[in-house]
Design a protein around this ligand. Structure first.
Ligand code: SF4
Ligand code: SF4
Length: 193
């Protein structure tokens, strides 16, 4: 066996060892993921998806295939699962009523639970906390409103700040990131053995 084919064989073995046959059942137990096993891989969801149209890295059919094949870690740690715009077009067109948009939310929720939250979540929470909205207002917005004879809007984040502090979401997020660190540390020490 050549060095190259040996490397390919090792990569294949690693991929097979990393598969989790129970992952698909875990998803079906999560709200929104119940209909995963109905998927026939027809590709209609990818064909209708506006995100896939502009960026082919986000392919809902492929994501579902990865879920069905048990590619748990690869899928949960992928930033691609957060690219769904929740437009619900796939829910309308899927011939198997898989409810793909809801399925994506289910996968995102599992990812968050296992320490892979949305990449920009921390930033969004900080903006929400200090501006009471996910896009901060500036004078430019209020000038536009004035031209339209709309009242200006003032940022009053106190209530939202209090709610965010009371929910402890920042602490939850901090803890959610811990398993990833542990997992990586575990993987590194395994490699060193
Ligand atoms: S449209 Fe429905 S059945 Fe077809 S690949 Fe997408 S989820 Fe599966
Ligand atoms: S809900 Fe998500 S997966 Fe479905 S079509 Fe819209 S962007 Fe694509």
């Amino acid at each position: 066996m050549t060095r190259e084919s040996q490397d390919q064989s090792n990569t294949y073995d690693d991929e097979v060892l990393n598969l989790d046959p129970n992952f698909k059942y875990e998803i079906t137990k999560q709200t929104g993921g119940e209909k995963l096993l109905r998927c026939l891989q027809c590709g209609t969801c990818a064909g209708i998806c506006p995100v896939f149209e502009v960026d082919e890295r986000y392919d809902p059919q492929k994501i579902i295939k990865m879920a069905l094949n048990g590619m748990r870690k690869e899928l949960l740690s992928s930033e691609l699962i957060w690219m769904c715009s929740t437009c619900y077009a796939c829910n309308e067109y899927c011939p198997q009523d898989v409810m793909v948009a809801d399925l994506m939310c289910a996968i995102q929720n599992i990812a968050t639970r296992y320490g892979y939250p949305a990449p920009a979540l921390e930033d969004k929470i900080q903006i929400l906390k200090y501006h009471a909205r996910t896009l901060p207002l500036d004078n430019f917005d209020n000038k536009k409103r004035l031209k339209l004879k709309l009242p200006s809007i003032e940022e009053k984040p106190q209530d939202i700040t209090q709610i965010i502090e009371n929910t402890g979401i920042e602490r939850i997020l901090e803890n959610a990131l811990t398993p990833v660190t542990n997992e990586i540390a575990g993987a590194v020490s395994e490699d060193r053995r």
